[in-house]
Design a protein around this ligand. Structure first.
Ligand SMILES: NC(=O)c1ccc[n+]([C@@H]2O[C@H](COP(=O)([O-])OP(=O)(O)OC[C@H]3O[C@@H](n4cnc5c(N)ncnc54)[C@H](OP(=O)(O)O)[C@@H]3O)[C@@H](O)[C@H]2O)c1
Length: 293
């Protein structure tokens, strides 16, 4: 038994995965572009994650582009039977590091084949379709065409399960009319709670919700309450932010990203952290006021 088992598991596609996993985006170079400064260190972080019991890694060919998937393959291939690698499609990178939507049938098929090759897999266990409606978060618009393309690739046996990213509740419903949707990956953390209702709705029907930027992403979370609670329970503020997510709802699967071994171990140690009731209440209150426009 690993220490991270203490956080329990939740269903993701065909598997039960541990509630603390790992997000690989931070392994690419600055701006999620190009190679990392220290490739050996990136390989070491991935190996340490799996040795510590991580069985869920989130990635994409957007990262680098291609770099993160290639490092995952170098570090971990051949993969253990219990390792679930989740990737995403629907965007591409320009030579200037820009991000652009890539949602045509040809681009999606290419992305699936690229991910298979870069990761060294015959089938992608879970593929998230990353929506590009909305500038700073999910925006409404039909995803019927790209989801139908992914469902066809699923029928061809290239994808086992389909998830959605950066989407609204309406788009999740639209997706469900086309194929089963096993997870939603949206931005959500102590300070960004626009998805509160969606988290609860997905929990009721047993669907995983995987928050991206659980620690604030490019703008790390900072708040007096986090600092106070951390001091009170002998943890770091980032650990408290992750512990709050774990206790928020049983369908939340965490994928904190880090390029640092020390931060990796700090994040995984959250599995054993319990927030006292008064601390949880303080954080909830702070989170609710942060969510009030
Ligand atoms: N679907 C989407 O559109 C989407 C978008 C963004 C991300 N994602 C996925 O979500 C994952 C998580 O998001 P993220 O990595 O961008 O953001 P995050 O997990 O919120 O935060 C990562 C940042 O926090 C730092 N950090 C990590 N652990 C720390 C600790 N214990 N103490 C202090 N600092 C710490 C990291 O720096 P160090 O490297 O120095 O630790 C990095 O700067 C990504 O890896 C990616 O797989 C998906």
């Amino acid at each position: 038994m690993n220490a991270i088992d203490k956080a329990g598991t939740f269903r993701l596609g065909s598997r039960n995965v541990k509630r603390i996993g790992y997000g690989a985006m931070q392994l690419a170079g600055p701006g999620v572009f190009g190679p990392p400064k220290d490739r050996a260190a990136a390989v070491a972080v991935l190996r340490a994650a799996v040795e510590s019991g991580v069985d869920h890694i989130d990635t994409s060919d957007f990262y680098g582009p291609y770099v993160t998937n290639q490092i995952i393959r170098e570090a971990l291939h051949p993969y253990g039977d219990d390792l679930l690698i989740v990737t995403k499609v629907g965007a591409k990178r320009g030579p200037d590091a820009s991000w652009a939507p890539a949602l045509s049938a040809a681009e999606l098929a290419q992305a699936v084949h690229d991910n298979l090759r870069h990761l060294g897999l015959d089938v992608l266990e879970v593929v998230n379709l990353r929506s590009a409606f909305g500038l700073h978060g999910p925006g409404e618009g039909s995803l019927e065409e790209p989801i139908t393309v992914l469902a066809e690739l699923q029928q061809q046996g290239l994808i086992r399960h389909i998830g959605l990213s950066n989407v609204t509740a309406r788009q999740v419903e639209e997706g469900r009319r086309i194929c089963p949707i096993v997870c939603v990956q949206n931005q959500y953390n102590l300070a960004r709670r626009e998805d509160d209702a969606l988290v609860d709705q997905l929990a009721r029907n047993g669907t995983a919700y995987v928050p991206f930027f659980p620690l604030g992403g490019f703008t790390p979370l900072q708040s007096n309450v986090l600092t106070q609670v951390a001091a009170q329970i002998g943890a770091t503020p980032m650990q408290v932010a992750l512990a709050w997510l774990l206790q928020r709802s049983p369908n939340l699967l965490l994928i904190p990203g880090t390029s640092s071994l020390a931060h990796l171990h700090e994040n995984l140690a959250v599995a054993a952290l319990r927030l006292p009731a008064n601390a949880a209440a303080q954080l909830d209150q702070a989170a609710a006021s942060a969510a009030t426009p």
